[in-house]
Write a protein that binds this ligand. Structure first.
Ligand code: SAM
Length: 223
C-alpha cells in the first residue's frame, strides 16, 4: 500500500516533469498517463525505475518505451474516443493500455509469444477489456480488421510496411519510427484520399521491427 502511494507520487512527477514539461498538451492523454500504473508492466528487477525518463528491459531483448515517447506517439494519433487502432509491437502492453483508454478498440500484435502472454495478463489485471493481443508478424498488419483510424509501430522499420498503408482509413493517422540501427526518425502519415501526407516529427531510437517487412538480423547489424 505504501509502495503504491510512492509509485503514485512518482507517476505524478513523471507526468508533470517529463510530459507537461515537454510538448504534451492533450489533457485526456495526460489524465490517462497519470492513471495507468506503468510499474505494473515492468519486471520486478526494474520496477523501482518505472517512472524514470527512459526505456526499460522487459525480456526477450525488448524494451518498454520511454514514457515521453509513449505520450508523444499517442498524441500524434489525436484520438477522440471512437477509433479502431492497431499497434505493432505489444511488448509489455503499456502502450496498448494507454491507447485502450483513449480509443474504442485496440488490436496489438507481438512476435514474441511470451511477451504477448505477459501483456495480456498485465491488461486483464487492470480490467482493460477493449484490447485484443495477437501473436504474430505485425509487419503484415491485420487485414481482417482493417481499416484502422490509427496505426502505431513501436519498433524501427526500414520503411512503412506496404500492407499498413492499405489498412489505414480515410483521414487515418499512422505513426512510425523509420530508419536503422544508427537512429531513426519518428514520422506521421495522414491518409487524404489516395494521397499520404507525411511529417517528420523527431529523431528517435527504437529496437528493430522484424518480420516480412522489417529488418533482417544481418541487415540491421550491417548498416
Ligand atoms: N509498445 C511496447 C510497450 O508498451 O511495452 C514497447 C514495444 S518494444 C519498443 C518493440 C516491440 O516490437 C518488441 O516487443 C518486439 O518484439 C516487437 N516486434 C518487433 N518486430 C515485430 C513484428 N514484426 N511483429 C510484432 N511485433 C514485433
Amino acid at each position: 500500500m505504501e509502495a503504491e502511494l510512492r509509485f503514485q507520487e512518482l507517476r505524478h512527477r513523471m507526468v508533470e516533469e517529463q510530459l507537461v514539461g515537454r510538448s504534451i498538451r492533450d489533457q485526456r492523454l495526460l489524465e490517462v498517463m497519470h492513471k495507468i500504473p506503468r510499474h505494473q508492466f515492468i519486471p520486478s528487477a526494474y520496477r523501482h525505475l518505472a517512472y524514470e525518463d527512459g526505456p526499460l528491459p522487459i525480456g526477450e531483448g525488448q524494451t518498454i518505451s520511454q514514457p515521453y515517447m509513449v505520450a508523444l506517439m499517442t498524441q500524434l494519433l489525436q484520438l477522440q474516443g471512437d477509433e479502431k487502432v492497431l499497434e505493432i509491437g505489444t511488448g509489455s502492453g503499456y502502450q496498448a493500455a494507454i491507447l485502450a483508454c483513449l480509443a474504442k478498440q485496440v488490436f496489438t500484435i507481438e512476435r514474441h509469444a511470451a511477451l504477448a502472454e505477459q501483456a495480456s495478463r498485465n491488461l486483464s489485471r487492470l480490467g482493460i477489456t477493449n484490447v485484443s493481443v495477437i501473436t504474430g508478424d505485425g509487419s503484415l498488419g491485420l487485414p481482417e480488421e482493417a481499416p484502422f483510424d490509427g496505426i502505431m509501430l513501436t519498433a524501427a522499420a526500414p520503411r512503412v510496411p506496404k500492407p499498413l498503408f492499405k489498412q489505414l482509413a480515410e483521414g487515418g493517422r499512422l505513426v512510425a519510427p523509420i530508419g536503422g540501427v544508427k537512429g531513426q526518425y519518428l514520422n506521421l502519415w495522414i491518409r487524404k484520399g489516395e494521397k499520404l501526407e507525411m511529417d517528420e516529427v523527431a529523431p528517435v531510437a527504437f529496437v528493430p521491427l522484424r518480420g516480412a517487412f522489417g529488418w533482417s538480423v544481418k541487415d540491421w547489424e550491417d548498416i
